[in-house]
Structures are given as C-alpha cells and as structure tokens.
Design a protein around this ligand. Structure first.
Ligand SMILES: [Zn+2]
Length: 292
C-alpha cells in the first residue's frame, strides 16, 4: 500500500511539472508526442523526447500562423532555456534535447517544414514590435509585437532568472555569404561584429573547437567586449564574436532584442557547422560550466 501511494505521488508530481504556466497557456496546444512523428526533429529524438514535456506553441499574427515546439524538462522545469529560430538547423535541435535533459529548463524551436524561413520571414529577424523597427530592420516584413512578447514570455517562464538568454544555431562550411544566410566564420570580422579566435591555427575542416564555423556570439552596447568575459571564453577554447548593438542598426534578431528591450548583455548564441553535434554539446557544457 505504501508503495502504491508513493508511486502514485511520483506519477502525479511528474505530471504536475509538465504543467503549463498560466500566462502562456493561451498559446499552448497540448499535444500527444505520437501525433508529431511526421516531424523529422521529433522522429530523430523520439526516445529522449518521450521523457520530456513536448507541446506546440501557436502564435497568430497578421498573415503568419507561427508554430513552435516547446520542449521542457519535467524534473527541473526552471533551468537553462534556448531559442532555436531555424528549422533547417537539425544539429541545434539535437543539441537542445541534450541540454534540456542535462540542465533542465528547455527550448523553443520554430517549426517551418525544415526550412530557415517561414512564409518568407526569417524567424530570427522578427523581434521588433513597432512600425519603426520593421522599417529599420530590413529583414522584418511587418511589426511583430505579439511574436516578440510571446516568445520572451515563454523564455522567461522557464529560464532561471540568473541564467543568460541563449540560442542554438548551425551554419554552413566556410564564410561565403553573409551571416543572415548561415555563412558565418570566426575568420571574418567587421566593425559591428568583431571576431576573437581562441586558437592561432583555425582550421577549415568540418568540426571541432578549432573549426572556423565553431563560435559563440556575445553582444552589448560597448565598442569592445568586456575583457574579463572575453578572456574567460577564449581560455575555454571558445571562438568568440562580439556584436555591437545600436538601435539605429537594429536587425530584429534575438541578440538585438535582448540588449535593446530586455536591457541585458547576459546572452550567448552557440554555433557549429551543420552535423557537428559533438562540438555543440561540448560548447553547451563549457558555457553552462561558466554560468553556474
Ligand atoms: Zn540559425
């Protein structure tokens, strides 16, 4: 009998922690994971996701009917939280599952049929609330107050308040194309996005910490990154890019919104080349080690 009560209590407590916080409930469609098997991200991670909470977020704004997967950890609902704007970046999704199991919290991943854009809009250029931002941000088609506010409401519901805002991305080999199309490299630098390689011998291979495509982004208003923070990242072997944020240069990406609207520079974006899951997990561990 004692056993039965204990196991009942256990089941109830597990279920209770998949509970959706009240103020984000209107945006959640509670979902059975078996109904989501048509999505490749779900199929690839099915066994791990079975032990996590998986729900669909729905945000209707203008002509867009955004769908996002919200994955959270029932044993530790408050923890690290990640935003994954690009549905074609599959390694980032797998890394998000790993991080959620290991560090609690969870992640929010935009669903766009495995594509980078959704109905012509880059999800990571849609963080702007007014007509003015849509004008300043060349890649934001329409103002998106509901999108911006809801995404951050969800992030703030699960993120430990001490933890940074974080995102996960993958990019293509090399540095052809601009950052916006997924071709970033630590070997490329500009006035606004400065590069600080952690190694003298950056490689052009396809994986590992020394690869030119392996990097983290930090951001702030200052003309130079905080030296202590930068040194710490470089000593961990993390190639670092520093983005200078300016409201007149706003691109409506997550980093710009965090610095301009959430008024903090506590932000990390972890990037590897497509397919380099091992390195992305390694970088997650390094960043989590740093912020604990
Ligand atoms: Zn991306």
């Amino acid at each position: 009998m004692k056993y039965l009560i204990l196991s009942l209590l256990f089941i109830v407590s597990l279920d209770a922690s998949c509970k959706i916080p009240k103020d984000i409930k209107p945006f959640i469609q509670q979902t059975d994971i078996n109904q989501l098997k048509k999505h490749r991200d779900i199929r690839r991670n099915f066994n791990s996701l079975k032990n996590l909470c998986v729900n669909i977020v729905s945000i209707k704004e203008g002509k867009y009917n955004w769908k996002m997967l919200l994955v959270t950890n029932p044993k530790k609902p408050k923890g690290a939280f990640w935003f994954l704007p690009h549905d074609n970046e599959n390694t980032a999704f797998d890394a998000g599952v790993y991080a959620t199991q290991k560090y609690g919290g969870g992640f929010l991943a935009v669903m766009a049929n495995d594509k980078r854009y959704f109905m012509g809009q880059d999800p990571n250029r849609n963080f702007g609330e007014t007509k003015k931002t849509a004008k300043t941000c060349s890649k934001q088609k329409y103002p998106a107050p509901k999108y911006s506010k809801t995404v951050f409401k969800i992030i703030d519901s699960y993120k430990n308040p001490q933890y940074p805002y974080m995102s996960l991305h993958n990019n293509k080999n090399g540095h052809r194309g601009n950052g916006g199309s997924g071709g970033v490299s630590i070997l490329k630098s500009s006035k606004i996005v400065q590069s600080f390689p952690a190694f003298k011998n950056i490689t052009k291979s396809n994986r590992g910490l020394k690869d030119e495509d392996t990097l983290i982004y930090i951001a702030g208003f200052a003309k130079k990154p905080n030296q202590t923070k930068l040194n710490r990242l470089l000593s961990l072997g993390l190639n670092t890019k520093y983005e200078i944020i300016d409201k007149n240069n706003n691109d409506c990406s997550l980093s710009n919104y965090v610095v301009l609207n959430k008024k903090t520079t506590n932000y990390y974006n972890i990037e590897t080349q497509h397919g380099d899951l091992k390195t992305q997990k390694n970088m997650i561990d390094k960043i989590m080690g740093l912020i604990k």
